[in-house]
Design a protein around this ligand. Structure first.
Ligand code: NAD
Length: 306
C-alpha cells in the first residue's frame, strides 16, 4: 500500500464538518478510507453552532460512493471521545489514522484576555488532541500500525498578537508530537504535524482571509500534504507547512553554542551574546537527549580539568 492508497484504512478526523477537516475527510474517503467525521458543529469561538456539520459531510461522502459515519462529540468531552473511538471500532473494526484538526479561536491581547477563554482554547486544541490520541494509541500500538497527525500553526511556532492561548496550544502539540514520534516508532505508529495555510471560516478577517484571493489558498491545497503525512510512506516526527500548493518543513534548530566556563557570569553571557546566537550554523537535534549530549560534550571539551 502506498501513500495515496487508503483502501481498508479507518480514519477519524476531528472538526471535519467544515474547512480543512472536511477536505481531509472527503479526500481520505475518495481514496478508499472509511472515515469518522467528527464535529459538534461549533461556532468559531467554540459556542454551540446550529447546523449538522458532521452529517452533511457524511452525506457528501456517501453521495460520492464512500463510507463514513458522523460523530458529534466535542473533543473536550472525555466520555464523548471514548465513545467516538468505541463506535469507530464497532463500525469499522480498527483505527489506523487520527487527524487532530478541531479548533476554535478566542483572540484577545494578554492583558485583556479572560483566563477562562485561554483555558477553553487549550482544552480544544491541546487537551482535545491529547485526549483523542490517548484513546487511540493503545489500539495503534497493538495492531502495529498507526498514523497520528497534530495541527499546529505558524502563530504557535512564531507567535502572533492576541493569541496567547492559541499559540500556547499550537506550540505544545509540537512537544507532544516529538515524544510520540519517539515512542511509537518501534510499533509502526508515526506521528507528524501539519501547519496549514488556508482560507476558512477561522481565517476570515485575518491576514490570510484579507490578503489572499478566494482561489489562492483553498483547503484542498493543504490536503495532499496531510494525506502524505497519514499515508503508508509517512515520515515520523515532521512539521510540514502546506498552503496554496507550496510545501516546506519547519525544523527546531539551535546554534552551535559557546563554552564560557562553569563560572561564567551574566556579564560574560552579554559580552558573548552575538557569538551565542550567531546564525549560519545550526544544529538540527533529533531529540532532547541529543541536546543534553551536545552540552555535556561542550562542557567536557571546555573543562579546564580535561
Ligand atoms: P474551521 O473553523 O473552518 O474548522 C474548525 C472545525 O472544528 C469546525 O468545523 C468546528 O465545528 C470544529 N470544532 C470546534 N470545536 C470543536 C470541538 N470541541 N470538538 C470537535 N470539533 C470542534 O477552521 P480551519 O481553518 O479548517 O481549521 C482547522 C485546524 O487548522 C484548526 O486546528 C486550526 O487552528 C488549524 N489552522 C488553520 C489555519 C488556516 O490557515 N486555516 C492555519 C493554522 C492552523
Amino acid at each position: 500500500m502506498t501513500s495515496d492508497d487508503f483502501t481498508d484504512r479507518v480514519a477519524i478526523v476531528t472538526g471535519a464538518g467544515r474547512g480543512l477537516g472536511r477536505s481531509y475527510a472527503l479526500a481520505l474517503a475518495q481514496r478508499g478510507a472509511r472515515v469518522v467525521v467528527n464535529d459538534p458543529g461549533s461556532s468559531v469561538d467554540g459556542g454551540v453552532g446550529e447546523e449538522d456539520a458532521a452529517g452533511s459531510v457524511v452525506a457528501e461522502i456517501r453521495a460520492a460512493g464512500g463510507e463514513a459515519i458522523a460523530n458529534r462529540a466535542s473533543v473536550t468531552d472525555p466520555a464523548g471521545v471514548q465513545s467516538m473511538v468505541d463506535e469507530t471500532v464497532d463500525a469499522f473494526g480498527r483505527v489506523d489514522i487520527l487527524i487532530n484538526n478541531a479548533g476554535i479561536l478566542r483572540d484577545r491581547s494578554f492583558h485583556k484576555v479572560d483566563l477562562d477563554d485561554v483555558l477553553t482554547v487549550l482544552d480544544v486544541h491541546l487537551t482535545g488532541s491529547l485526549r483523542c490520541t490517548h484513546a487511540v494509541w493503545p489500539l495503534m500500538r497493538e495492531q502495529g500500525y498507526g498514523r497520528v497527525l497534530f495541527t499546529s500553526s505558524q502563530n504557535g511556532t512564531y507567535g502572533n498578537f492576541g493569541q496567547a492561548g492559541y499559540a500556547t496550544a499550537k506550540a505544545a502539540v509540537l512537544g507532544l508530537m516529538k515524544v510520540l514520534a519517539i515512542e511509537g516508532a518501534a510499533k509502526g505508529v508515526h506521528t507528524n504535524t501539519i501547519v496549514p495555510v488556508a482560507r476558512s471560516r477561522m481565517t476570515e478577517g485575518t491576514i490570510i482571509g484579507d490578503q489572499a484571493d478566494a482561489e489562492s489558498l483553498p483547503p484542498e491545497a493543504v490536503t495532499s500534504g496531510v494525506l502524505f503525512l497519514v499515508g503508508a510512506d509517512a515520515p515520523n516526527g515532521v512539521i510540514l507547512n502546506a498552503g496554496g500548493g507550496a510545501f516546506s518543513v519547519t525544523e527546531l534548530p539551535e546554534t552551535r553554542g559557546v563554552f564560557l566556563g562553569r563560572d561564567a557570569q551574566p556579564e560574560d553571557v552579554r559580552a558573548h551574546w552575538d557569538e551565542i546566537r550567531a546564525g549560519g550554523y545550526v544544529d538540527v537535534l533529533e531529540n532532547g537527549p541529543a541536546q543534553f549530549a551536545k552540552f555535556l560534550g561542550m562542557a567536557r571539551a571546555g573543562s579546564p580539568d580535561e
